[in-house]
Design a protein around this ligand. Sequence first.
Ligand SMILES: *Cc1c(COP(=O)(O)O)cnc(C)c1O
Length: 493
Amino acid sequence: MKENWPGACGLILEEPLIFEKGAKGRIGYSLPRLDVDEADPGKIWPSKLIRKDWQGFPEMSEVEVVRHFTHLAQWNYGVDSGFYPLGSCTMKYNPKVNEDLARLPGFSGLHPYQPEEIAQGALRLMYDLQNFLCRISGMDQVTLQPSAGAQGELTGMLMVRAYLNAHGNPRKKVLVPDTAHGTNPASSSLCGYQVIQVKSNERGILSPQAIEEKMDEDVAALMITNPNTLGLFEEHICQIAEIVHQKGGQIYCDGANLNALMGLSRVGDMGVDVLHFNLHKTFSTPHGGGGPGAGPVGVKDHLVRYLPVPMITKDQERFRFDYDRPQSIGKVRSFYGNFGILIRAYAYILSMGPAGLKRASLVALLNANYLRGKLKDFYFLPYDFPCMHECVFSDRLQSQYGVTALDIAKRLMDYGFHPPTIYFPLVVHGALMIEPTESEAKETLDQFIAAMVQIAKEAQTDPGLLKNAPHKTKVSRLDEVLANRKPKLRWKP
Ligand SMILES: *Cc1c(COP(=O)(O)O)cnc(C)c1O
């Protein structure tokens, strides 16, 4: 037994399928004996609704059921269980108080069909949140409707299209840098545009020359991410915006990386016309596992008339939904967006305040640069410049021993860490993209660094160990495609 016994040694919570547990006749409740005649189900419900075949159905006591699902929950890994450095995803810890606020009965019990007069508090919250997001980003107006970043992109590009259309020509092409998230070309394409890739330069950012070469009067927009997915600030964004605007194009900014900029600089001051936010990344919604998100979109004045309906307006202290917007692109989702997420963002922004948001971004930058500095002697850093909120290494040094980014990621699990994002961005071969976020303590970062350094050593001395990793997890290396496409969830007799 280990000397400083942490108390969890040897507790491996094995758990079979629920169908393999229990015993015939075991029940999960105890109620007093009936003092009325037992009804025949066949007399109450139509026979087609009555199940005849009970074969294989689990019969268990209450505590067995409780333990079964508790064990399964303990197999899960989330930001509440440990460090989650998944680059581009901003898996930061979000204060639990925002969860409590989202569950206040006045909010959680609200029905979207409730008349405006008795939902004034909710409308005010949305109205104020729009304004907060405007102030943080420097945009003029915001819609809260889209459910995710990707839907925000589509909404934004539809507005660009509507705007250009109203000026005589929707145009044909959209410029997208080679560092872009895959949703950028997908959204442009869904919006009817041909995607033209623009190469980033040797510093990992866009050069004005590269834009100048591709920009013409068939280009509707440039979609740019700032800081970009290499974690690097697009230093020429203002000059690039000028080039695009001169030829009548629009600048779309992917704001998924806003966690790096809060209180430090405003995208709206960089010549950007449309911007989406990922509330589930930057503004306090726990994510991962496919839960709901929110991707509000901010626009400059010239695009306000195209925003989705309804907009929330305020007439003399009364808030209402405004559907009377003839040039709107229409509705982009049911009702008014994922309201529960909006509450969390509102609570987060109010509780942090301007100074708190700025500090969150500063600490996010500090943590990323700390990792970058400590790991660059052990992992290849393709763009060796100070980074923003994330840094991108590659497996180049380890690949000479036959070890890949995937092997490194899998081995990290043996050291108790969630792996970082790998093989993205695409411009870095064998990428390891690490985003520590502001919520991690220095000790956690140091443990992670120690694990990464150890893995770099193992790559040299015992590459086989890495090729078969993980060794200390419930299942070892899975066929990830198969596990994803055909998960074993059902019991088959
Ligand atoms: C996460 C992300 C998106 C997409 O956002 P979703 O909310 O997942 O749809 C787009 N761009 C970048 C850079 C991202 O990190």
